[in-house]
Design a protein around this ligand. Structure first.
Ligand SMILES: Nc1nc2c(c(=O)[nH]1)N[C@H]1C(S)=C(S)[C@@H](COP(=O)(O)O)O[C@H]1N2
Ligand SMILES: [Mo]
Length: 245
């Protein structure tokens, strides 16, 4: 496990939040000193970037559950928007294809409301997601015989993930273009991210740039660093969270 159970490079609004701050937050949570005037000025300042400007409108008190944390292993938010976005679909498919944001909008749209749970423990309840089911996208390009897995790359240039083909076809796996009724924000991986409903948050790759249909699963960024490849909430990583479904 990385960083004492905390995924590294937690950040917000372009300002990287150092590991010390993150660990400090954990300590605060443990002794329950979070609300009101009891938090020292220095710590309040350190926490401010995490609590301010919450687009979701559900920002809770850090580090209690109920709100998203923001992660980027690169410490940056790659800049791409709906106007210059492309999603390249390649590998074991009938027809390789590059989708623009508008192309994605022409495919069947799916909405679902489902929790988001990070393996470090925080969970956001009832998140409204919208986008194209990965299975619908795969049907659109046609999966070739011999395909067994789907690999994902981020246009941050570093982060990767993968799913077995069976996992990829689940109805709660979305190529998400909206959260909370609005376009996915840059911090949350916009304009297009993955949402893998039943698995821990690290499967939900942000800034989705490439999908490759393959004959085998390739462990992703965090999986190379010790997290489980099959990341079912409550049934992996030695955790016993309530499953997400
Ligand atoms: N490209 C990219 N995708 C990523 C990550 C990341 O650092 N980079 N972090 C993962 C982890 S560990 C989690 S919990 C979620 C967090 O999503 P959020 O930043 O929208 O809260 O994104 C996942 N996808
Ligand atoms: Mo996570």
């Amino acid at each position: 496990m990385a960083e004492n159970g905390q995924m590294a490079s937690e950040k917000r609004n372009g300002a990287p939040v150092g590991r010390r701050v993150v660990l400090g937050m954990v300590g605060l949570g443990a002794i329950g000193v979070v609300v009101g005037g009891s938090v020292s000025d220095a710590i309040s300042r350190a926490l401010a970037p995490l609590t301010s400007g919450d687009e979701t409108g559900i920002s809770g008190v850090v580090p209690a559950g109920g709100s998203f944390r923001y992660y980027s292993v690169t410490g940056t938010e790659p800049e791409r928007d709906a106007s210059n976005y492309t999603l390249k679909v390649s590998g074991l498919v009938r027809a390789k294809r590059t989708f623009s944001h508008a192309d994605l909008g022409k495919l069947p749209q799916t909405s679902m409301t489902q929790d988001f749970q990070c393996v470090t423990g925080w969970r956001v309840l009832d998140v409204p997601w919208r986008g194209v089911r990965l299975s619908d996208l795969l049907d659109e390009v046609g999966v070739s015989p011999g395909a067994k897995a789907v690999l994902f790359t981020s246009f941050d240039g570093v982060y990767t993930e993968s799913l077995t083909l069976a996992q990829a076809k689940r109805r709660d796996v979305l190529v998400a273009t909206a959260m909370y009724g609005k376009p996915v924000t840059r911090s949350h991986g916009g304009p297009v991210r993955l949402y893998v409903g039943s698995m821990y948050g690290y499967k939900s790759l942000k800034w989705l740039g490439g999908i490759e249909v393959s004959d085998k699963v390739v462990p992703g960024y965090w999986e190379e660093r010790g997290y489980d490849v099959d990341a079912w909430v409550g049934r992996s990583n030695g955790r016993s969270d309530e499953p997400v479904e």
